[in-house]
Design a protein around this ligand. Structure first.
Ligand code: MD3
Ligand code: FE
Length: 218
């Protein structure tokens, strides 16, 4: 038997509580990864991945696109959700039902029944990409969790507290891992460390992260 594969698959189905309201469902999306990646490719054909600019004038190393009723964007004017893709002038592609269902089921398993996501932000990392420490506070309904799905290359994820300087824990997010962030963890600071060079059978030199959110009113 292949020891590496045995180790990698040993995690499938395990659950870890990272903090109150934050639960990792290890490998939960793995069997659906090919369908998820095909959906991402179809979305990116309509709304291409792009590296956006922060209000401070820095171009992000992570490339992003969106699907759903709105999309998260940043430019010199700030962060916000928009119903139209500013790059194409068209509405964002629809949120595929299979993706929505996966997020709703994961949220329910983690203790958040009735999650009603209307947006999926899709992040694409390449080796050298990172996401600096931030909070996700552009969604008005803070009672809704965020569900994240990681695909492809692994990442080291940093999870902190409600202030920038609160102590942080590190966890690895690998292909197929789903994390649900709600309750007291919803406004926690978090970051993704610089992605290391590597190759994954499903995505080659990329890490794809999907975050399902409720961006509409409470
Ligand atoms: C904890 N994405 O898109 S997913 C983001 O891997 C973002 O691309 C990271 O942070 C990524 O905003 C992390 C995990 C995640 C997502 C949202 C959270 C953790 C969270 C919201 C609140 C607390
Ligand atoms: Fe975030």
């Amino acid at each position: 038997m292949n020891d590496l594969i045995d180790t990698a698959l040993a995690d499938e189905g395990s659950r870890e509580t990272l903090a109150e309201g934050a639960m990792i469902l290890r490998g939960r999306a793995r069997s659906q990864a090919p369908a998820l990646l095909a959906a991402v490719a179809a979305i990116a054909a309509e709304a291409p991945f792009r590296r956006m600019m922060t209000p401070g004038g820095l171009t992000m190393s992570v490339a992003m696109t969106n699907c759903g009723a709105q999309g998260w964007v940043t430019d010199r004017h700030g962060y916000r959700y928009t119903p139209v893709d500013p790059q194409t002038g068209r509405p964002w592609p629809a949120l595929p039902e299979a993706l929505r269902r996966l997020a709703v089921e994961a949220a329910a398993e983690a203790g958040f029944p009735g999650f009603s996501p209307d947006v999926c932000l899709i992040n694409r990392y390449e080796p050298g990409s990172k996401l600096s420490l931030h909070q996700d506070r552009d969604e008005p309904d803070r009672s809704a969790p965020i569900v994240s799905v990681s695909l492809g290359l692994p990442a080291v994820f940093l999870f902190g507290g409600l202030t920038r300087d609160a102590p942080k824990t590190r966890t690895r997010l690998a292909h197929g891992d789903i994390v649900v962030w709600g309750g007291p963890s919803r406004l926690a600071y978090h970051a993704v460390q610089t992605i290391k060079p590597g190759s994954h059978p499903a995505t080659a030199d990329q890490r794809i992260n999907l975050t399902f959110r409720k961006a509409g009113p409470p």
